[in-house]
Each structure stands twice: as structure tokens, then as C-alpha cells.
Design a protein around this ligand. Structure first.
Ligand code: SF4
Length: 302
């Protein structure tokens, strides 16, 4: 029996600082894990590779696989969906794309939202639990799950203890709970590690691009600097629409609208709206005055 220190590395500043802290303390059985959503900016993937090289470590990549879920959903569609849309649904879910975020949205027939935040659990939490922590526990080991959350990020996080026993017997450890942003960047500096370059490109957070929790200003910034990410999501909207029973799925939900369509509410329209200085919150985006933060209380996204 051994204690394993599983540290989730997202490519963001907090999880990187936490990894550096674990290395600094010489933690034995250190197991850094990156849960790939398939919806990250390429610079984040490069940053994970940079960390491996600069620190001389290897970071385990895990990815959710929805192959079995697609099969089950196809059987469900074959039995329950009415003729006329059944064929469309069956065809859309013929096989997975191998991109976890997209596959999950196709499976659900919708994108996650600020009200239905199923992305972190399915794309980050579960793959780490199922592919890393469970096998260690089953082999008789103990698992310490290092979580890069900080109290100042939100009232919920401020309530979190530094250590806690979670389900399955995993011990949560939150060494950054009392850290400030300055401490996080100071840790990078002390180890001669560059923060993710996206922070120098107008991004206040690193994670999915865009995140469902993006603010209006962030959408504008992403569209300006990384138009290819917007194009990719526009293509995903068209794919998810095919898998949606109602025949429509927009990346951000349209608030209070009954006649929702990609043409009126798709990501291209959200980008146009993000460029306006005023206007109602007709899209499900976080208001610009609210802090941008991941929905994961485990800090898995940022
Ligand atoms: S970064 Fe945002 S979109 Fe991605 S899994 Fe986390 S909450 Fe969901």
C-alpha cells in the first residue's frame, strides 16, 4: 500500500502552481493528470508539453470515451424517437468523433450551460476518477487528490477545508486554499516556469475555449484573437443539431426565446452581440461584472 498524490493539471495558473508546490515538497508517488476535453486552445496542449519538458516529468493524459453511451443512445433512439427524426438521430450518433466535449454534447443533444453544468463532471472529474484514482484504490493504495482551488475565487470555495475525506475514500487536499493570485504567479517565477501564454493574450482564465461560463468580453476577445475557435464551435453546433431531438442546439442557450435557431442564436450571433457595448442578456453568458470562474468546485477546469 502506498499513498499516491494525484494532481490535476489543467494548464491554468493555479493547477500549475499546485504542481510546482508538490514538486518543491518532494512528494512521493506524484501523479500529475491532464483531463483533455478536446475543447482547449492548442496553446494549452503545447503548455502541458512544455511543463513536462521543463520539469522533467510526465503528465498522464486522460480522455472521456463515449463509445458505449453512443451505442445505448442509438438503441434508445431506434425505439423511442418518432419516424421522421429517427434516421437523423441514428445517423448523427453512428460513431463518436473522439472529441470528448463534442461527443458529450451530441450524446446529450445539447451543449452544457450555466444551468446544466454537466461538462466538468463528465469530461474531467469522471475520467480522472475512473482511469486514475479507482485503479489505484482497487490495487489497495490510498489516493490524495490535490485540488487547486483558492478561497478568494468564490464564496463556495471560501467554505472549503484544506483537507477532506471524499467518496470512494479519496482524500482531498487543497494546499492553495489561502493563496492569492500573486502567490500563484510567484510560484511560477520561483521555479522559472512561464505561465500559460494565453494569460498574456487577453484571457483571464484557461480551460475550454470558449468555456460555457465565459463573459461577454471574453467572447469578444476570443473571437478577435482566435477566430478559428469560433469557427470550430460553429461547426460543432451544426453537428450537435443533428443529434438533438428538437433539431437545434446552440453553444449558449438563448434566454427566454421560443423560436431558437442557429441562424439567430448560434455562436456567430453571440460573437456579433459580444461586440456591442449595450444590450440585453439574451444569451446565457455570465454578466461582465461577475467573476469568471470554472463551475468545478474541484478546480479541475482552471
Ligand atoms: S472549462 Fe468550462 S466548458 Fe470546460 S469543462 Fe470546465 S466549466 Fe465546462
Amino acid at each position: 500500500m502506498a499513498f499516491w498524490n494525484v494532481t490535476s493539471v489543467s494548464g491554468g495558473k493555479d493547477s500549475t502552481a499546485m504542481l510546482l508546490l508538490a514538486i518543491e515538497r518532494g512528494m512521493p508517488n506524484l501523479l500529475p493528470v491532464f483531463a483533455d476535453t478536446g475543447h482547449e486552445n492548442p496553446q494549452t496542449y503545447e503548455y502541458i508539453a512544455y511543463l513536462e519538458k521543463a520539469l522533467g516529468i510526465s503528465i498522464r493524459w486522460v480522455k472521456a470515451d463515449f463509445t458505449a453511451d453512443f451505442k445505448r443512445k442509438r438503441a434508445f433512439i431506434a425505439e423511442k424517437w418518432p419516424e421522421g427524426i429517427r434516421e437523423r438521430g441514428m445517423k448523427a450518433l453512428e460513431k463518436t468523433t473522439g472529441i470528448p466535449f463534442l461527443d458529450l454534447a451530441m450524446l446529450k443533444g445539447r451543449f452544457p450551460s450555466t444551468k446544466a453544468k454537466f461538462c466538468t463532471g463528465h469530461l474531467k472529474l469522471l475520467p480522472i476518477q475512473q482511469q486514475v484514482e479507482m485503479p489505484l484504490l482497487k490495487a489497495g493504495h490510498k489516493v490524495i487528490s490535490w485540488q487547486g482551488v483558492r478561497a478568494e475565487e468564490s464564496p463556495d470555495r471560501a467554505e472549503m477545508p484544506m483537507t477532506e475525506m471524499l467518496d470512494m475514500g479519496v482524500i482531498a487536499y487543497r494546499p492553495l486554499i489561502d493563496w492569492k493570485v500573486a502567490d500563484v504567479f510567484e510560484m511560477h517565477e520561483r521555479h522559472g516556469i512561464e505561465p500559460n501564454p494565453l494569460y498574456k493574450q487577453g484571457m483571464s482564465r484557461v480551460g475550454c475555449m470558449p468555456c460555457i461560463n465565459a463573459r461577454k468580453g471574453e467572447v469578444r476577445e476570443i473571437a478577435l484573437r482566435f477566430p478559428e475557435e469560433i469557427e470550430r464551435v460553429a461547426e460543432w453546433e451544426a453537428l450537435v443539431r443533428e443529434a438533438a431531438k428538437r433539431g437545434c442546439a446552440t453553444f449558449w442557450a438563448a434566454r427566454g426565446e421560443t423560436d431558437v435557431s442557429l441562424e439567430k442564436h448560434g455562436i456567430d450571433q453571440v460573437v456579433s452581440w459580444s461586440r456591442t457595448t449595450r444590450g440585453g442578456r439574451q444569451f446565457d453568458l455570465i454578466a461582465s461584472t461577475e467573476p469568471s470562474q470554472c463551475s468545478s468546485v474541484y478546480g479541475l477546469c482552471e
